[in-house]
Design a protein around this ligand. Sequence first.
Ligand code: FES
Ligand code: MG
Length: 570
Amino acid sequence: MGTRSAEWYGGAGRNSYIHRAWMRRGLPAHAFDGRPHIAIANTASDLTPCNSHLDEVAEHVKRGVWEAGGVPLNLPVVSLGETQVRPTAMLWRNMAAMAAEELLRANPVDGVVLLGGCDKTIPALLMAAASVDLPAIVVPGGPMLTGHFRGVPLGCGTDVWKLSEEVRAGTLTEAEFMRSESSMIRSRGHCNTMGTASTMGLLAEVLGMTLPGVAGTPAADSRLLEAAHASGSLAVEMVAEDRRPSAVMTRGSFLNAVVALAALGGSTNAVVHLLAIAGRLGVELTQDDFDRTGSGVPLLVDLLPAGRFLMDDLHRAGGLHAVLREVRDLLDPEAITVTGRPLVDWLGAARIHDPEVIRPREAPLLESAGIAVLYGDLAPGGAVIKPAAASPHLLRHRGPAVVFDSVEDFHARIDDPDLDVTPDSVLVLRGCGPRGYPGMPEVANMPLPAKLLAQGVRDMVRVCDGRMSGTAYGTVVLHVAPEAAAGGPLGLVRDGDMIVLDVDARRLDVEVPAEEWAAREPSPAMTKAFAAPSRGWERLYVETVGQANTGADLGFLTGSSGHPVPRDSH
Ligand code: FES
Ligand code: MG
């Protein structure tokens, strides 16, 4: 079978002449003799600080591609810096996925190495690779080394939330808080907590999409470059074997990812991302699979935000494979990796080197971790909570709602000394779903009222149609579907309504007499706060985005178009 690039470059016709001639800037004639052309989908960007080292990683991928007889081609793709872009990087995840998919299809390439790191970059690349279905392998950019402040390790993200709460509670001066800033980012790489970037890097491997043993390697570790080289070589081999994402990311692989997500104590954002990737492949995966398959899995990894350690500790303690080995009986033994061999084949030699960081199966941190999916009056389409990051005493709770119609409304009133709020109140924030904000920002982990912080309160029940940073913690119900802006009942809640959370029973309800509830209308103040963009990507997004429970992809982007492009350009 001829390669895809050979269709562009092969033969003596005018079009193949054009395709070749413009590429001959150092590429020898034999580069076009039918050997595989491998794109390096590179999210390096100075404005994505977590990925800024990926150009160096790409150089090592290139060496591996050449060595295996392929031709490597750097392809800069849309990059998203979680901490930099407004209104939220999630608004652009689908755009990044769509752009990468189209560029891979439009160009004469036979396979692709995906370089990501910061939160949205690996999900977007996997969505793209799934839809174009060309042989693809991920090199996760890897986490940062651990920085320290006052002699104590700092967790990226998590400690920003913690230290800023300390300032608000009056137990840390603003000057000290400012001093911690230069200690937060010790090295190249993404956040070192078990946030979304760490989670998705690890889950890319569990899905089978990386060279086994790579995920979690710190960005500054020389072994990452060696792995980049090997991944480049493997990409060439994958083209020869025609091993595509659709063969690697099967339902079994996704269920393996659900198991791993629970054992790792990974980010709630992984739910939305995995659903979106599965949607691109037409693999049947629902939010309920996370509860069914994941919620009985023990929590084995003691990392921030739920625990104590950080990503380089996990790597030192034996890494992902040591964790997976403990839950091997729960993994699909047939789910293959980019190597063509099953994931479970690699687990035999794994060992736990530090049982404080990775607990053995017999002594888990929690008997059952994972994600709980709640249904009820307030969430007919489901909502998500991560019990491992919540306060046990709040997992069953009844309290009056204090309702905010937007993030701005929340910030304006939360520290008002006259706000009618007690530690038993349930903070409700709406207008933060995919459509309403737009883009479903990470605002669900609402800061607590200053007056309650001063009393020593450190957690309250919070309910939101948005997401929560993977580095955050607390008793937070998120991804409420449908969102208020899509007509969800969360939009009907009023101050003082009794909200009942019962995580064991998987319920989220409101105690309002049925007749009164049926007669309620959404308030104009709330609907006015919903996004109503008139043009551009935001408009396309708001008009076509799905809800969190199906992955918040654009409706017309689900499924795959494959890679054929029958027409030439001239
Ligand atoms: Fe990039 Fe956290 S900001 S991974
Ligand atoms: Mg994040």
